[in-house]
Design a protein around this ligand. Structure first.
Ligand code: 1PR
Length: 551
């Protein structure tokens, strides 16, 4: 079959995005269900997420290892993605006892987390080291000035000339001074550490080049590497709070300090839910404008749990067919009981979202409850929380915890058992200290847990990233809460997304310059059309920050 590609789905993986990307560039996916199917394949892609050891042992348990090696040795096109690249090497420090396929010499090591966040999440380069053959040309559609989406903690350190001396072409990225293998190719083999299916137009071009058998081509116009020093970009994320309005339509809304109803209109219960547009349309608009990720938060999920038919699944399905950057979905990720009484675990809820095209799930209320239990048990991990079960199955990078903190002012740190900070913005009675109280149910219920406790607990449970909202700042257009962000960055190694309060491009510059946040998120200013994502990124680029400007 000329336009088909065989895909090996051997672990619980969120491969929907990859299927969508392959279809987008005009190919059809055939699933390899049995090792014997490899014999009929003309092109094979091996995706992989999560742990090296888990992926490699799953391959081996399902008797794929030898047939896969035989397929690769046959000379037919083979592409590995993420752990699919890692598995080609000899071994990984992540699981030293599990051997890799040993096709490429080398061992993966963990990124050093002393000076930077780990996992490495975001857009980085894949710049081909020049060989006689690749000089001035594009290897499988890779372009030096373009950025690709990576998410991993382990990487193959790059030593100039080492792999090249054995005939491999290598493209590298640089993270916090560490140069690593971003993509590698030789003969029929091509593998990327980044996710081309989540790398916008730049990534689609890579998938297409592989599927078309286009190993080397002319470099396009935008081929200059613009980076200085570190290749990781500052991420700009667009967030859509989604809920059903009073007419029963699913709309994008936006609150002021979490109140999403218009002021001073209609009924005594408050005004209409603000309607700022349709979720799929807005997500597409933000993707086209250069958003590095799109996040959907189903903000009324705590009231009911219509699991099987949730319209959010359709929103994700439709969005993931057109939007090729990471999609996060939050709201209602917890153990639930469906309307017919069936119990559904958080892992099953997350699986439905992953199957519909989500790349990450974001957990809010349930994470606070889990953190309370973690401290009550003397910091014992139960293994049963949503964070633990989902990160075990899909990898830490797939689990975001969304935090909804609110300031509680105190005159002195001794006035509270929680972690208080000195603030430059005193409270209503001149209090010079505050602590950040975590809330659940969309800010409706405050709990006796502070933000520092919450983020350290969820990091221990296996959360891969923090989405840090701030109720005091939400919808105010007054800029991010820099004190809160610095407090959280001091407490964890995992990446942090600053959220709440963005009102103009200068606020993004401020949060990137004055804190070490890994990403910044905006909502209202984009929905109301005050600024586009593209304008924010152009502004940041003009101020000398590394951002992804290619699509
Ligand atoms: O608790 O796991 O079911 O998750 C519910 C999710 O819904 C949480 O992530 C929670 O943050 C979110 N949520 C619940 N109620 C609201 C609300 O607004 N009434 N929205 C809500 C949270 C905050 C951000 C917002 C930023 C940026 N909204 O998502 O996008 O503050 O806004 P801005 O740039 O306009 O200032 P669970």
């Amino acid at each position: 079959m000329p336009n088909t590609v065989h895909l090996l789905d051997y672990v619980a993986g969120n491969v929907r995005s990859l299927v969508n990307a392959i279809e987008k560039v005009g190919y059809k996916v055939v699933w390899i269900k049995d090792p014997a199917d490899l014999a009929d394949a003309e092109r094979v892609i091996l995706p992989g997420v999560g742990h090296f050891g888990h992926c490699l042992s799953s391959l081996s348990k399902a008797s794929f290892t030898e047939p896969l090696k035989a397929y690769i040795a046959s000379g037919k096109p083979f592409m590995g993605i993420c752990v699919g690249l890692q598995g080609l090497f000899d071994s990984s420090a992540e699981d030293p006892e599990v051997p890799g396929l040993g096709i490429i010499p080398g061992t993966l090591t963990k990124f050093d987390s002393i000076t930077k966040s780990v996992p490495h999440i975001g857009w980085n380069s894949a710049i081909t080291a020049e060989s006689e053959e690749t000089q001035g040309r594009s290897l499988y559609g890779l372009v030096p000035g373009r950025k690709y989406y990576y998410v991993h903690s382990y990487a193959v350190p790059y030593t100039p000339g080492e792999l090249e001396s054995q005939g491999w072409d290598v493209a590298t990225g640089t993270y916090g001074g560490e140069k690593f293998v971003g993509a590698i190719a030789k003969g029929n083999i091509f593998a990327t550490q980044f996710h081309p299916e989540k790398s916008g137009e730049a990534g689609l071009a890579v998938i297409k080049a592989f599927l078309d058998g286009n190993r080397l081509s002319d470099l396009p116009q935008d081929s200059q590497a613009k980076e200085v020093g570190d290749g990781l970009t500052r991420r700009v994320i667009a967030c859509l709070d989604v809920r059903t309005n009073d007419d029963g339509d699913l709309v994008v809304t936006k609150g002021d300090q979490y109140d999403v109803r218009e002021k001073g209109t209609t009924s005594s219960a408050g005004g209409q839910v603000r309607n700022l547009g349709k979720p799929v349309d807005l997500a597409k608009r933000y993707y086209e404008s250069g958003a590095d990720e799109v996040t959907f938060l189903n903000i009324t999920s705590f009231r009911n749990c219509p699991v099987a038919d949730t319209p959010m699944l359709d929103v994700l399905r439709l969005t993931s067919e057109e939007v090729f950057v990471p999609l996060t979905i939050g709201g209602g990720i917890r153990d639930v009981v469906d309307t017919d009484g069936t119990k559904i675990s958080a892992l099953e809820v997350a699986t439905m979202y992953f199957k519909s095209g989500a790349d990450k799930v974001s957990i809010g209320s349930d994470a606070v409850i889990a953190a309370e239990e973690y401290f009550a048990s003397g910091k014992q991990l139960s293994g049963k929380t949503a964070i633990e079960t989902i990160s075990k199955a899909y990898g830490n990078q797939a689990v975001v915890v969304s935090v909804d903190p609110r300031r509680v002012y105190v005159a002195s740190p001794q006035d509270t058992k929680r972690h208080a900070i000195k603030t430059a913005f005193p409270g209503p009675n001149g209090e010079e200290y505050c602590w950040y109280q975590c809330t659940i149910k969309g800010g409706r219920e405050g709990r006796d847990v502070d933000v520092q406790e919450l983020v350290t607990a969820v990091e221990a449970m296996g959360c891969g990233e923090i989405l840090l909202n701030c109720i005091d700042k939400d919808g105010t257009n007054s800029g991010f809460d820099l004190e809160l962000i610095s407090e959280v960055k001091r407490s964890v190694k995992i990446p942090v997304i600053a959220s709440s309060g963005a009102g103009n491009p200068g606020h993004f510059l401020e949060v990137f310059e004055k804190t070490t946040t890994d990403a910044a998120l905006g909502a209202g200013m984009f929905h109301r059309g005050e600024y586009t994502v593209g304008q924010v990124k152009d502004y940041l680029a003009g101020e000398g920050l590394v951002v992804r400007t290619s699509k």
